[in-house]
Design a protein around this ligand. Structure first.
Ligand SMILES: Nc1ncnc2c1ncn2[C@@H]1O[C@H](COP(=O)(O)OP(=O)(O)OP(=O)(O)O)[C@@H](O)[C@H]1O
Ligand SMILES: [Mg+2]
Length: 453
């Protein structure tokens, strides 16, 4: 199971708080220990100096005087040890041991820290005259006590820190998670088929971005589904017209209503409509296959100049029938490019068919080929009504323009431009739409010229 955002943030906060308190505790404990030790040492040193000032040669020889001093300092846990050159060292056994270890008989004033058994002792040695010396000995127990208090405080801080971190982590996790959960629910509704769901764009930038993207996705889905519906409508309409003709005329032949010349005429109509159906179905299939990997092109070196002339030959006849002037503008020399000749022919035919359909009698259609900066530009321009500015960005989306103009102008099935665009793109070229100098629309195929650097 996936852990929630709130849990993760809480865990991270806890870890950070824990580490922070532990590091602070470690640093503090070292600091406190060394400070406590040096404070203890300093005070012991000061007391040793005071005692040394009060004891003289006779003082240190007197049990009474030593006894007095010992009584004063013992209250603070300090033992006095005395060394006389003539006699034995005297004092409490452990303290004596520590003092001897620290160099009681060295004959010089000094401070030391020695370990006896498990305990550390601070020792201050002072010489009195030339015959004697004494030492103040204090166990470092008091520093240990400070240490324990410190650990207690650190644990307390750790506890409070962890509690605050847990609360902060949980609350911020819930706050962050809420818009994300809302976005997830909206995505769920989207995938269940609803298209009217939108999430409020709020919260931190990243979260707001998720919400914004989700809304855009919903819009895009709704748009693309609407287009799909329109396209299906136009295709089914396009299928129905020839089918009606085929059913009607074949019925007439079957019933014996059409006989002789009428039957032949009916047969010819059925044949023509069947061809239209075949073209439509193969266009649809081709468009569907364009996106698939198995779609193959026969790419090879191709003379575009010759191709434009070939196309023009066919269209000259059809244009003449409609009283439309077809002009061909090509460079005198061959223009070599890598392309699929049959497909490129198909693309030019589709563009010419669109142009001729809307170009009125007397207006021109131009097939033009020019080469600029290593790029061949093959355009089909017309003197028809052209396209509106808002048409150009969607010109190659299947069915869109067809749906826009269906009620105003003669149209086909709405696949041609999408198919042409797909084919040219697969050939490594570009297909663009724009206004033509002749007053109508211009569709331009761009292909890199072979041999041009
Ligand atoms: N040269 C043009 N001038 C004006 N409108 C155009 C031109 N070319 C295309 N159109 C508009 O764009 C629409 C879409 O063209 P497209 O070639 O994709 O489909 P179609 O011609 O309607 O059908 P199909 O090509 O599949 O038989 C056309 O229906 C037409 O309204
Ligand atoms: Mg067309």
């Amino acid at each position: 199971m996936k852990t929630t955002l709130a849990l993760r943030i809480t865990v991270v906060c806890l870890a950070v708080a824990g580490i922070a308190v532990l590091v602070a505790g470690l640093v503090a404990s070292r600091l406190v220990r060394s400070t406590a030790d040096s404070v203890l040492q300093q005070s012991l040193r000061a007391q040793a100096d005071v005692v040394a000032g009060q004891l003289d040669d006779t003082g240190i020889g007197s049990r009474l005087a030593i006894g007095k001093v010992a009584a004063v300092v013992r209250g603070q846990g300090i033992e006095v040890v005395v060394h006389r050159i003539t006699g034995q060292n005297t004092g409490q056994a452990t303290a004596l041991h520590a003092a001897e270890q620290a160099g009681l008989t060295s004959g010089a004033d000094h401070s030391a820290r020695v370990a006896v058994g498990d305990l550390d002792y601070l020792v201050e040695v002072r010489t009195v005259g030339t015959q004697a010396a004494f030492a103040l000995v204090q166990p470092v127990r008091s520093a240990e006590a400070t240490q324990r208090a410190l650990v207690r405080n650190i644990l307390l801080a750790l506890g409070i820190g962890l509690l605050v971190a847990a609360a902060a982590g949980y609350v911020s996790g819930r706050l962050l998670g809420r818009p994300l959960r809302r976005a997830a629910a909206a995505a769920g509704s989207l995938s269940a088929g609803r298209r009217d769901v939108r999430v409020p764009v709020e919260g931190p930038a990243e979260v707001a971005q998720v919400a914004g993207s989700l809304n855009e996705l919903a819009d895009a889905l709704a748009r693309s589904e609407a287009r799909q519906r329109e396209f299906l409508l136009s295709v089914s309409h396009e299928l129905r017209t020839p089918l009606t003709a085929v059913t009607g005329f074949s019925e007439a032949i079957a019933d014996g209503v059409a006989e002789g010349a009428d039957a032949r005429h009916a047969g010819a109509t059925i044949h023509r409509e069947a061809l239209r159906l075949e073209r439509l179905v193969s266009d649809l299939l081709e468009l569907a296959r364009l996106g698939a990997d198995e779609f193959r092109l026969d790419l090879g070196p191709l003379d575009l100049t010759a191709l434009v002339r070939d196309c023009a030959e066919v269209w000259q006849l059809r244009c003449a029938r409609e009283n439309v002037r077809l002009t061909v503008e090509v460079p005198p020399a061959p223009t070599m490019a890598t392309a699929d000749a049959r497909r490129l022919h198909q693309v030019v035919d589709g563009l010419a068919e669109n142009a001729l359909r809307v170009t009125p009698a007397g207006a021109p259609i131009v097939f033009a080929l020019e080469v600029t900066q290593g790029q061949a530009r093959l355009s089909v321009r017309d003197g028809g009504p052209g396209l509106a500015a808002e048409d150009y960005p969607v010109a190659f989306e299947r069915g869109v323009l067809n749906a826009r103009y269906r009620d105003r102008r003669p149209v086909g099935s709405g696949i041609g431009l999408a198919l042409a665009h797909g084919l040219v793109t697969r050939m490594g070229g570009t297909l663009t739409a724009g206004p033509a100098a002749e007053g109508g629309a211009a569709f331009t195929i761009g292909l890199p010229v072979e041999g041009a650097g």
